[in-house]
Design a protein around this ligand. Sequence first.
Ligand SMILES: [Zn+2]
Ligand SMILES: [Zn+2]
Length: 518
Amino acid sequence: MPLARQVVKDLAAEHGACLRPVQLRRTEIDTGHVEQVLIPCGHTLASVCPSCAERARILRAAQCREGWHLDREPVIDPDPATEEQRAVVTDRAEAQADRDALDGQGLDTGELDEAIGELDEQITDAGLRGTVLPAGPRRHRSTRRRQDTAPLPRRPVNSRTVGKTYTAPDGKTFRPSLFVTLTCPSYGRVGQDGAPADPDTYDYPRAARDTLHFAALFDRFIQNLRRFTGYDLQYFAAIEPQRRLAPHVHLALRGTISRAELREVIAATYHQVWWPSTQAVKYDGGHLPVWDERTGTYLDPDTGEVLPTWDQALDAIGDQDEPLHVARFGARFDAQGVLAGSKDASRCIGYLTKYLTKHLGDCHQAGSDAQAGHAARLADALRYEPCSPTCANWLRYAIQPKNARPGLRPGACKGKAHRREYLGYAGRRVLVSRKWSGKTLADHRADRRTWLTQALGIPATDPARYSWEPVKPGDPDHMPNGQRLLHVVADRIQWQTALDLARRRASEADFPATGRAA
Ligand SMILES: [Zn+2]
Ligand SMILES: [Zn+2]
């Protein structure tokens, strides 16, 4: 016999209801009337909540579709800051003042620095763009162009973001856009299954580094593309793994350029990583630097000598030194022209959003020993590769990571990039330029909601009329997850019936009583 609870879960998934609804208590401020409201968890991974992940994917597809073939410049007017946004920026201001006061007296600012980091995250979560402080001053770094790379013609970038329009002899106009796929270079021959023909010569260290710096390389590519084309080219991009577990990026680009030009930009694009050398492993196994509580630094376990700090290690990189790594794209790429509203456009949007509900490491399951071995070797290569200036792995090379703190151990860095499910890429999976659709994801979500409430004929509610609070497990009105699930399944079915009815009415309205189309 099927398990009753599993059937509820299956039904919930089938009807697109959230599997982990969050319970909120909603109080109407004027009347004091209390209602229980279940809201979707909003998770983007299908393994956690298939319904919410699918909704998030559809939202991304809508965002991609809306921006791809815009024929008018999007209007970007930021909304005024909300009460919540102003409050978190106020907290941030106070934390900064307290921190700087301590710093002025030569006292430890560690705790406040941590709090500031959390506040910065809250500021982003609250839907504010950018940061309150500019990034620290950039170090002077040799900006010599690499001699092994052809220079790229540069044009001044004007503020136009829409592509050119072409007119056919019959007067019809076209505004073509591009679908592009960029890949990493070859690290050694691989078979159809993505496993290397010769694992011993496959360049795992290079594969690991290219992945760690893939996001920076992509940024550089966009910058070069804009300078080359001379306009503020817009993109919607999704990062996905290939079978060989290297990342590649699918891009919807607004406007078009020729394959030859694209090839030129790809060949001229590189990202240099100016980090200290990792050639010599100084500490390994049980022989590791020790934390000195008194000075807050890492010391050599034998001599007690203080290890160079991150800043000192960077300062020691000379003008004649080579960068730790130069990331580039592979010469192989794919580009096709796509017209607005075409079948091709829908197919490409399908590609762009296909894997968004999965972790990178879960997109291709290892089905053979060769594939499993390949994944394990890549994970090994990523284990000791520094993922960022704060990575614990720097201790292995006798350098104190930036913001060093006790308990750091090489090979045990908590950075996402080292985790198997990320395959070395810890960045955002969807990269959208600011003037893509002229809307934020929240705007696109609001569009859907408006459409829905209008279709169902629900009057708009004024959010200012209510106060909201989370319902905690100990509260008398708390519903256990099973009960919440039953409610959302019932709601969802009712809601779908209402939507079907509304749709039927709308289509009947198109056909007047005579039965002929209007
Ligand atoms: Zn959910
Ligand atoms: Zn790390």
